[in-house]
Ligand binder design. Structure first.
Ligand code: SF4
Length: 396
């Protein structure tokens, strides 16, 4: 059977399954599990944890989502038994939903749960971790991250001691951090020298896989046995109307699928996490994982074309390159990230909350000329357009 046939067949199967789930409304996990056997998403070893996890990971819901458990059950049926959540997602309700899901289905031991703390101070981290245990209704967490790490100085001996204590008490199996700012390469390099970092989840997609510094850092981390998990695999462009549509469907695959395959083609990457906030997206991603073959020339060409056409929409957070070209205390990297929460995650509340937490002077975007900053951006991100939008949509 050719790859094309497999992809088409899986899509049809998955389509039918998703329809049935929706018809049931709230499909119980145990009902989903009792359904006929389906192909399982392939698994890879997550670095020094030596544990095999699916190459596709279920991202937690950043917004309140009343049918999150329907998708969790459906993902689980296809072998996606790894759920990624965070203390802050949906104001804590994402963790609660995951806790209710596994309790109801009695499958805690069969699940891998990853969660995260926004608080990077050792005391605050321990406090948030305890809250996560409670909300997740579990006595242990498989993997816990410092969320959105931007400064390696937070990886202190005091934190290492806290982590060791939690591991010794059987409350935590593995530890690491997530990062997606402009210094991902620096953080990965730093982590590769710390034996107590088991895994890192970082921004990695078809736009970034050619970056020299990032690749060098990934090599070092991989060699040190750190499990590497890719996030933000789709880039931001998909959320901009009119930019994605011309590329969306090509023959028997979508560009979403090709983007995932591009990440899985890297043997250093264990898995890609995806929010999969609809059954359609879940279905597409599972079909891509089941059909994880080498990227075809056609898919590669298409990705290159797509990357070029949408490059000015995706910011990598490297504002040391553009910030000095604006005559004011604005924070381009942070502002672009909050815009992404608004545009890509649809989480206006969180985007505005974070924007409002910046110093008042950094929130004042009017009256500046961003054209020189745009010109300094190696990716030609259109900052004139983005900053004008930010000043409109990020103010509550
Ligand atoms: S606008 Fe460009 S230079 Fe500035 S942070 Fe974003 S990607 Fe980096």
């Amino acid at each position: 059977m050719s790859d094309t046939d497999l992809s088409r067949r899986e899509l049809i199967t998955l389509s039918a399954t998703a329809g049935a789930s929706l018809a049931l409304g709230t499909l119980l996990p145990e009902e989903a599990l009792a359904k006929k056997k389906v192909p399982q998403v392939p698994r890879r070893v997550l670095g020094k944890t030596k544990k095999k996890v699916p190459i596709l990971l279920m991202g937690g819901s950043m917004n309140f989502d009343p049918v999150f458990d329907v998708r969790l059950a459906e993902a689980y049926r296809y072998g996606v038994n790894y759920i990624d959540t965070a203390d802050c997602y949906a104001g804590g309700r994402s963790e609660v939903a995951v806790g209710n899901f596994h309790t109801r289905a009695k499958i805690r031991e069969k699940l891998w749960i990853t969660s995260k703390s926004d608080d990077h101070d050792p005391e605050g981290f321990a406090r948030i971790f305890a809250k996560s245990l409670e909300k997740l209704r579990t006595s242990y967490i498989d993997l816990y991250f410092l969320h959105k790490l931007i400064n390696p100085m937070f990886l202190t001996p005091a934190l290492e001691k806290r982590v060791a204590k939690l591991k010794a008490a059987g409350k935590l199996r593995f530890f690491g951090f997530s990062c997606h700012g402009g210094n991902v390469a620096e953080l990965l390099t730093h982590a590769s020298k710390l034996p107590w970092i088991d895994a890192v989840m970082f921004r990695y997609n078809f736009r970034t896989y050619g970056e020299k510094a990032l690749n060098k850092a990934m090599d070092a981390a991989h060699k040190a046995g750190i499990g590497l998990i890719a996030m933000k695999t789709q880039g931001a462009a998909a959320s901009f109307k009119g930019r994605w549509e011309p590329f969306h469907k090509k023959d028997n695959y979508t560009v979403h699928q090709a983007v995932l395959k591009a990440v899985w083609a890297d043997p250093r990457i264990t898995a890609a996490v995806s929010a999969m906030d609809s059954l359609k997206k879940l279905r597409e991603n599972i079909a891509a994982a089941l059909n994880r073959t080498k990227l075809s020339q056609r898919e590669t060409d298409e990705l290159e074309r797509y990357a070029k056409a949408t490059r000015s929409l995706a910011c990598d957070g490297c504002d040391h390159l553009c910030g000095s070209h604006v005559d004011g205390p604005v924070r381009i990297g942070d502002t672009m990230r909050y815009l992404m929460y608004h545009d890509v995650y649809g989480d206006t509340q969180e985007a505005r909350r974070r924007f409002a937490m910046m110093p008042a002077r950094a929130q004042s975007l009017e009256g500046y000329d961003f054209s020189a900053a745009s010109a300094a951006c190696p990716h030609q991100v259109d900052l004139v357009w983005h900053m004008e939008r930010a000043s409109r949509v990020l103010r509550g």
